[in-house]
Write a protein that binds this ligand. Structure first.
Ligand SMILES: CC(C)(COP(=O)(O)OP(=O)(O)OC[C@H]1O[C@@H](n2cnc3c(N)ncnc32)[C@H](O)[C@@H]1OP(=O)(O)O)[C@@H](O)C(=O)NCCC(=O)NCCS
Length: 187
């Protein structure tokens, strides 16, 4: 379900927002930086191969870069994920255009908010966006070997394992591929 299907008055949603009535996705604002930083944990650093814990200035720069890509409608589209009740930032999800009708999908949910279906809801929303707004046909999802939570989420979306490749940090990525018309839909 996208913003057009929710009954939410569209003018009440910031630009580029998506919602299914349980989560809302919207681009991060500069004043979201402390909440974003507070959501970082060892598991996130491990699976994103972060060399060190982030500092507030790192997050502020990240948000600035995301905003710039939104301003130019560039290749990187990143949204924060908010639960609606209560209205709390619980994670983030992003798409990167790879060319050839392909996008890369990535996601994270903060500790204490995991296993509540937020990532699955957020990814369904951005997959619809990828197909309709970015004209994507294929979604690539890469996770480090051993990241079973991420792999299970990708499989739940309908993605299929297509092979391994070296990660940026010298480990191994499992690469999964999803044809958008194969995406299972929530009832
Ligand atoms: C991967 C991650 C985003 C999943 O977020 P989440 O909100 O907990 O996921 P959901 O609750 O939407 O679960 C979706 C599906 O993912 C799988 N999954 C999620 N957490 C799982 C767990 N602890 N054990 C097994 N499967 C899990 C399941 O298939 C689940 O469906 P189910 O609950 O119906 O079985 C989250 O664990 C996370 O942020 N991890 C750290 C960052 C990270 O690894 N990001 C991905 C980098 S490639």
């Amino acid at each position: 379900m996208s913003r057009g299907d929710t009954g939410v008055v569209e003018d009440q949603l910031p630009e580029h927002s998506l919602t299914d009535g349980v989560v809302t996705l919207r681009p991060l604002a500069t004043n979201d930086a402390p909440a974003w930083l507070a959501g970082e944990d060892e598991e996130q650093r491990r699976w994103f191969e972060a060399p060190r814990p982030s500092q507030l200035s790192d997050v502020e720069q990240f948000i600035t870069d995301c905003q710039e890509s939104w301003r130019t409608m560039g290749n990187h589209r990143h949204w924060g994920i908010w639960s609606l009740d209560p209205d709390v930032l619980v994670g983030g999800v992003d798409l990167r255009a790879l060319g050839n009708d392909e996008v890369n999908l990535s996601y994270l949910v903060f500790p204490g908010q995991r296993r509540r279906g937020f990532a699955l809801r957020a990814t369904h929303l951005v997959l619809e966006y990828a197909g309709t707004t970015m004209s994507a046909q294929t979604v690539i999802i890469k996770m480090l070997s051993g990241n079973e939570y991420s792999r299970n989420l990708a499989l739940a979306l309908g993605a299929l394992y297509v092979g391994d490749e070296p990660s940026d940090g010298g480990a191994t990525f499992h690469v999964l591929r999803l044809r958008l018309h194969d995406t299972p839909r929530e009832e």
